[in-house]
Ligand binder design. Structure first.
Ligand SMILES: [Mg+2]
Length: 275
């Protein structure tokens, strides 16, 4: 391994003698860049609602609070983020709407934000790989060539995840194992997906490898006994450098290793699947 490539992977705890059989990927920010900027849609929406209440704090303070709430719930079904927000509205003396209404408003705003990207993919004007994190396709191809079960799990509503995975031409790596948020959001979180898949296969948590850029997939992986690679992706640039804020949160969540993207898929595979 060259000095340069070693530098691209920050190893907190090496995987040791683990033999992985299941590899779970988060979708947004880990593989897909299609929803890049989602937090810049969600957080201002929250701040607008709180300002309209006369929350009494400067917009910068409200923004920082909401950014922290969103960071800690990133990766959970969107509904949880909206339930947390409804609690905030009540804390600030407002009467919250049904969290479903906040979620519908967020989806409407986000769809406006990403409509052009979706259309460009659907029409063929944009190549799928330009909307994937650097090296993601090569990493998926290499993993798919091994005797592994690949799983895709997202806090985004499942119909969107399926549609967007097809648009990005990555659905085929995951076969039946594409999981998104369902109306029964309490049963469709990543922790629940991991528990169900491991139980159905009578697998041990040590056989699980997880890649994610969110707090929740890392804590869910670690909770199950798995190995977690935090993808501290700088989504706006498509990869290439570690996003310091994400890195700090992923480490706090317990990530065993940190990468910026999958550009170093060769050394990463050597680390995770030593010969
Ligand atoms: Mg994500």
């Amino acid at each position: 391994m060259s000095e340069e490539s070693r530098g691209a992977i920050e190893v907190v705890r090496p995987p040791g003698g683990r033999r992985f059989r299941f590899v779970l990927f988060d979708f947004d920010g880990t593989l897909s860049l299609l929803r890049e900027g989602w937090a810049d849609v969600m957080i201002p929406m929250m701040v607008e609602h709180l300002e309209a209440l006369g929350a009494g704090l400067p917009a910068g303070r409200l923004r920082a609070m909401m950014a922290e709430d969103v960071a800690l719930t990133t990766g959970m079904p969107t509904m949880y983020q909206m339930i947390r927000f409804a609690q905030r509205v009540a804390e600030f003396g407002g009467t919250p709407l049904d969290p479903k209404a906040y979620k519908a408003e967020y989806n409407r705003r986000l769809m406006g934000h990403i409509a052009r990207r979706r259309e460009a993919l659907a029409s063929g004007a944009a190549a799928p790989d330009t909307v994937l994190l650097a090296g993601a396709r090569a990493m998926l191809e290499a993993l798919a060539a091994r005797p592994l079960v690949l799983l895709l799990a997202s806090g985004t509503d499942e119909p969107y995840v399926r549609q967007e995975a097809r648009l990005l031409d990555v659905a085929r790596y995951f076969g039946p194992h594409v999981y998104g948020a369902l109306d029964d959001y309490e049963a469709s979180g990543k922790k629940q997906v991991i528990e169900r898949v491991l139980a159905a296969a009578r697998a041990d948590g040590r056989e699980l490898l997880v890649f994610g850029d969110g707090f929740v997939e890392i804590t869910s992986a670690k909770g199950a006994g798995g190995y977690a690679v935090g993808v501290a992706s700088d989504e706006a640039s498509g990869g290439g450098r570690v996003h310091p804020w994400k890195r700090e949160r992923l480490l706090r969540a317990g990530a065993d290793a940190i990468v910026a993207d999958f550009a170093q898929h060769g050394p990463l595979l050597e680390l995770l699947f030593p010969a």
